[in-house]
Design a protein around this ligand. Structure first.
Ligand SMILES: N[C@@H](CCC(=O)N[C@@H](CS)C(=O)NCC(=O)O)C(=O)O
Length: 210
């Protein structure tokens, strides 16, 4: 059986958990705090980041977008997450780039806030990316139930993960009031079993990060 190294708040790991669940692929969930010195993640990923998918032969696949590409290629027949249409496929991946980028920018801002001497310019720069990313995601969602075509897929997984992450990590960020269409879309996505089973939960980090 596959194993997945995950962290409870991680939006990147959540994408993988959602796709594995939607495709009905069984896996053992290994929950870690990647910032603590007890983490096993570096043994499986030279970049020391989770999520990591550990295959049956012990080899590993890492970087959430690459893990999803791997799963899609190996389990093509099971609930495809990408359209057959090349332009729709590429668009879904563009949405994923923006959704992941919003999380990356927010995490950089979070690190900066741990520092004794913080750069307000740096934090503002990262938050501009967050704002711009949410604006783009809301535009792409429009009034639709699913971003690409009329089927749930990768773009929804990525968008759902970033919105869910902000709900738990930064509930004061007003994406719901700025973009009521995105909030309505999210409320529907949150009814899916794969979303209900993977609601992000904060983790206590014991070691110093920066
Ligand atoms: N681009 C990576 C980002 C993964 C990532 O940043 N994971 C965090 C946890 S949410 C992590 O493991 N950080 C540890 C580190 O950066 O050293 C992906 O999509 O998988």
């Amino acid at each position: 059986m596959f194993k997945l190294i995950s962290a409870t708040p991680s939006p990147y790991a959540r994408k993988v958990r959602i796709v594995l669940a939607e495709k009905g692929i069984p896996f053992e969930l290994i929950t870690e705090v990647p910032w603590d010195n007890t983490t096993k993640t570096p043994q499986h990923n030279p970049l020391e980041k989770l999520p990591v998918l550990i295959l049956e032969d012990g080899s590993s696949v890492y970087e959430s977008h690459y893990i999803l590409e791997y799963i899609e290629a190996k389990f093509l027949g099971k609930h495809p997450m990408l359209s057959d249409d090349i332009d729709e496929r590429l668009f879904a991946k563009k949405v994923e780039v923006v959704a992941d980028g919003v999380c990356d920018a927010f995490v950089l801002c979070f690190f900066e806030k741990q520092r004794a001497q913080q750069s307000e310019e740096w934090k503002a720069r990262q938050m501009r990316k967050v704002d711009g990313g949410f604006r783009a995601l809301a535009e792409w969602v429009g009034e639709r139930d699913y971003i690409v075509g009329d089927k749930f897929g990768l773009a929804d997984v990525a968008t759902g993960s970033v919105c869910g992450y902000f709900d738990v990590r930064c509930p004061e960020y007003p994406w719901r009031s700025y973009y009521p269409n995105l909030a309505k879309y999210m409320d529907k996505l949150n009814n899916r079993k794969s979303f209900k089973d993977t609601v992000p939960v904060p983790q206590k980090i014991s070691d110093k990060i920066v």
